[in-house]
Design a protein around this ligand. Structure first.
Ligand code: NAD
Length: 299
């Protein structure tokens, strides 16, 4: 079995690394946070003292980091990881970053005779723990095929979206659409409630009608309509408003780069910006956008 280095063991990376261990791989892990690293060690990873030490002798390096700057800081530059990896090492970056940053990383890796793919994920922390993530890959076919066995140990669906950066483009298209239909669903539910309808009854009607969509079917934003979703748990857990704002920012940057019209994406970003104006609201699940439409009692 190949030796894997896993860098970035947060909410997503921690359980992903644990699933690679469960699949029988030897995983040497590193995170700037001692607590995150400790947690990964308790799940069977070997402790890396630094990213370089974790990657020494690894045939595969997987990263799951918060931003493009963190990814570029890890791999690029005179002291970056690319300079230290053996020829033909496979790099799988699962972080959500801009397509341009992903292309820059993959081009720099290819220049050094290293294989690399962008492989951002959809599914959130529950899917990361269950090993049922969806991976959207960008890169050449050989590199994506080489990445498949490792991705299969962490996920249920693996898509090859196209050349380098395409995984990131697919990811932000999906999340922009998710934001738009979540906001539309919250708006429609509130209109019904304000006019005397039970949100559960209205949800059933719309699910069976032309307004049906994923937010309504799987992730109802109105409290009490659906069990086991963040809306019925004070909007705790799930996918934070802050992360949705990050993805909508990446979508808008990408749209600017391709001169694409994304008026609903821009409006969705503005509404999430308004809703996430405090640290507290940015930490809530993104379905809490419902609160933007709800009226104080008595109005
Ligand atoms: P997180 O903040 O929980 O974890 C990131 C980890 O990276 C932290 O433990 C941090 O200490 C570590 N880190 C940062 N810079 C580092 C470096 N240079 N070297 C080593 N470690 C470093 O974030 P997360 O929720 O796990 O998200 C990771 C990525 O996955 C993000 O790009 C996010 O957009 C994406 N994502 C998250 C979710 C989700 O539901 N949380 C869903 C899909 C995609």
């Amino acid at each position: 079995m190949e030796k894997i280095a896993f860098i970035g063991l947060g909410n997503m990376g921690g359980p992903m690394a644990a699933n690679l261990v469960k699949a029988g791989y030897t995983v040497t892990a590193f995170d700037l946070s001692a607590a995150a690293l400790e947690q990964a060690v308790s799940h069977g990873c070997t402790r890396g003292e630094s990213a370089h030490q974790a990657a020494a002798g690894a045939e595969v390096v997987i990263s799951m980091l918060p931003s493009g700057d963190a990814v570029k800081g890890l791999y690029l530059g005179a002291r970056g990881l690319l300079q230290a990896l053996a020829e033909n090492t496979l790099i799988i970056d699962c972080s959500t970053i801009s397509a341009n940053d992903a292309r820059q990383l993959i081009a720099a890796a290819n220049e050094r005779e290293l294989r690399a793919v962008d492989a951002p994920v959809s599914g959130g922390t529950a899917a990361a723990a269950a090993g049922t993530l969806s991976f959207m890959c960008g890169g050449d076919e050989g590199a994506v095929d080489a990445a498949r066995p490792f991705l299969q140990a962490m996920g249920a669906n693996i898509f090859h979206a196209g050349p380098a950066g395409s995984g990131q483009v697919a990811k932000i298209c999906n999340n922009m659409l998710l934001a738009i239909h979540m906001i539309g669903t919250a708006e429609a539910l509130q209109l019904g409630v304000d006019n005397g309808l039970d949100p559960a009854v209205l949800s059933e009607i719309m699910k069976a009608s032309s307004g049906g969509n994923w937010s309504l079917e799987k992730y109802n934003p109105y409290p009490g309509v659906m069990e086991s979703v963040p809306a019925s748990n004070g909007y705790a857990g799930g996918f934070a408003v802050a992360l949705m704002l990050k993805d909508l920012g990446l979508a808008m940057d990408t749209a600017a780069g391709s001169a694409s019209s994304t008026p609903l994406g821009a409006l969705a970003k503005n509404l999430y910006q308004l809703h996430g104006s405090s640290e507290e609201s940015r930490a809530l699940d993104f379905s809490s956008i419902q609160n933007l439409f709800r009226r104080p009692a008595g109005n």
